[in-house]
Design a protein. Structure first.
Length: 583
């Protein structure tokens, strides 16, 4: 008994010292690092590790804290010799690329192994005045949080049971000590029954998604379908996943996120639209990529909190570089390649492109961001218009026999994109939804509702609906629907002529003071037009199954799904709504 008392006292003292250290760290603050002092294009573009998910097995992914060389290799300042404290999946930022195969389910066990001692968490201004995970169930507080860190993974773009969708209230703390009210299991099953696509997984914990993703919790998920994809797409070393993010760093090489809220009397730390002053690609600041004079497939992902990128290749002298041949969007391949000089992706969006560097030997190009609304940082730096450098410096290895998009090949000879627009009639249900700012709180709201308001979006499984989304704010909002891929019916003058609005989408930019109409169907992507009726479930799971039940496919029921703005600052402060699928 005496030993137990001594142990309890020891734990309390250590805990108080840890808290004091964290508070001192926060009080001391950070000195922003001038990005103009960093050497660009010094280090190669990292290649994410790969996890083979093409066999039906359990893959374990651990979420932990570690140091990684994110800044240029000649940066050596700080307590970690130039390395940056980060979070990641399997000790990697970005996380390993999960490679899955259609119709081969993948079981992923997520482990929260983040430390108890405040490390990186001390630099993340968790705002306890927001509607957030709140694992200690504390009262609303204007103090920064210091406690066990909640996480939960979401497969962005995945057709999955709601129990495995990464609902924001399904979070869990290290060692599963505390679980959110919608937690079902730490092991997820991804059916992989949808079409091949560039998906990604990232953290989705309520009220802190922006911080957890900013800390490094994101990775690619490439779903392949050999039976329906062209066999000669650029592959192996000629296929590169590229995730673009913007950050800020301090003079010690650690990430910096502003800890002064725009409206501190309401939310002391919440910042409405963070855009950093330093570009990070695949976990490396301003890298370079050496390529052969041949075709490459780039899977582009905007993993930033708020920044929109309009990407194009330019010579180092500012002249136009090679075009992009866009072959796919969020939810998979287009019917045919589309040649574009640039491609725009908002947070959460993907673009699958082929670039032909043939005949460009000895030339270098800069991947530029020319988006007028975001080519500058919120903090004044125009340096973020540069993304990475591409050097056509390697000798051609053999002959390039990969698919030539310039010949206009049919990318989907066996399964052309289902035309959902053709199923829309005057009797198709239409939801009129608004994006607006709440004057009292400063938060942006979906249809004037807060996250905890009663659920209003209740589509029936198998149903087709038109969602008309009207934006009465000065921001462009990328709106993301969980569970399904949809199609754009009307782009409102912003996205209709954008190739990245074609085909299957799960995230769409709704322009400021504009509107977008989408056609959403609660059925598998490749279900033929008119082949499903409201009330008919064609998924290999039951999306209507509720908590505490088991569906006829032996999957546990879950809490339902959400739709939200993918500006993560907005999502974390009420611009997210739950929805349920009805039988």
């Amino acid at each position: 008994m005496r030993f137990q008392k001594i142990r309890v006292i020891f734990v309390i003292i250590v805990g108080m010292l840890m808290l004091s250290f964290a508070l001192a760290f926060a009080v001391v603050g950070q000195t922003p690092l001038d990005p103009n002092t960093l050497t660009k294009y010094l280090d190669p573009l990292p290649v994410p590790a790969k996890l083979d998910g093409t066999l039906s097995q359990i893959v374990t992914i651990s979420i932990s804290e570690f140091t990684q060389k994110v800044l240029p290799s000649n940066f050596t300042a700080g307590p970690y010799g130039g390395k940056t404290l980060t979070w990641g999946y399997n000790k990697s930022y970005p996380g390993p690329t999960l490679e899955a195969r259609r119709d081969v389910p993948l079981h992923v066990r997520f482990l929260n192994s983040l430390p108890d001692i405040p490390g990186l968490q001390a630099l993340l201004p968790i705002d306890q005045t927001l509607n957030w995970a709140n694992p200690l169930n504390g009262p609303q507080s204007f103090q920064r949080y210091s406690g066990p860190q909640p996480v939960v993974a979401h497969l962005h773009g995945g057709e999955v049971p709601s129990a495995f969708d990464g609902n924001p209230a399904s979070w869990f703390t290290p060692a599963f000590g505390i679980k959110g009210p919608e937690f079902v299991s730490e092991t997820y099953t991804y059916p992989n029954s949808q079409e091949a696509a560039t998906l990604w997984y990232h953290d989705h914990a309520l009220g802190i998604t922006r911080l957890n993703v900013y800390a490094g919790l994101a990775g690619f998920y490439l779903l392949r379908d050999p039976a329906n994809e062209p066999a000669n797409l650029p592959s192996g070393p000629y296929e590169r996943e590229i995730v673009i993010q913007d950050k800020m760093f301090d003079t010690n090489g650690q990430i910096l996120y502003p800890d002064k809220g725009q409206n501190p009397s309401v939310h002391p730390f919440w910042f409405p639209k963070f855009m950093g002053d330093t570009i990070v690609v695949n976990g490396k600041v301003w890298p370079y990529l050496n390529v052969e004079p041949r075709r490459y497939r780039f899977r582009l992902l905007n993993g930033s909190i708020a920044r929109i990128y309009t990407l194009q290749l330019q010579t180092t002298g500012g002249q136009a570089g090679p075009s992009f041949w866009q072959i796919g969007t969020d939810g998979g391949l287009l019917n045919r390649p589309i040649r574009v000089s640039q491609v725009t992706i908002g947070p959460g969006e993907r673009a699958d492109v082929i670039v032909d560097f043939a005949g460009k030997q000895g030339t270098s190009f800069i991947l530029k961001n020319t988006n007028s609304s975001s080519c500058r940082s919120s903090f004044g730096s125009a340096i973020v218009s540069q993304i990475m450098k591409v050097n056509v410096s390697l000798p051609l290895n053999g002959t390039d026999t990969s698919l030539n998009p310039a010949t206009g090949p049919n990318l989907r000879p066996n399964n052309p994109i289902v035309n959902l627009s053709a199923t829309v009639t005057s009797s198709t249900p239409t939801r009129h939804l608004t994006l607006a700012k709440n004057r009292d709180s400063g938060a942006f709201l979906l249809n004037g509702k807060f996250f905890d308001d009663p659920i209003t979006e209740k589509p029936r499984v198998g149903a087709t609906e038109v969602w008309q989304i009207d934006n009465s704010t000065g921001d462009t909002h990328p709106i993301h629907l969980h569970l399904i891929q949809f199609q754009v019916l009307n782009g409102g003058g912003c996205c209709g002529s954008d190739p990245n609005a074609n085909g299957w989408k799960d995230t769409i930019r709704v322009p400021s003071w504009g509107s977008v109409s989408i056609v959403a169907r609660w059925a598998p992507q490749d279900t033929p037009a008119g082949a499903v009726q409201p009330g008919q479930n064609l998924f290999p799971f039951d999306p209507t199954a509720t908590m505490g039940t088991t569906d006829i496919f032996s999957f546990p029921g879950g809490p339902g799904y959400v739709w939200h703005c993918h500006i993560l600052d907005h999502e974390d402060n009420e611009m997210m709504r739950p929805y349920v699928v009805l039988p």
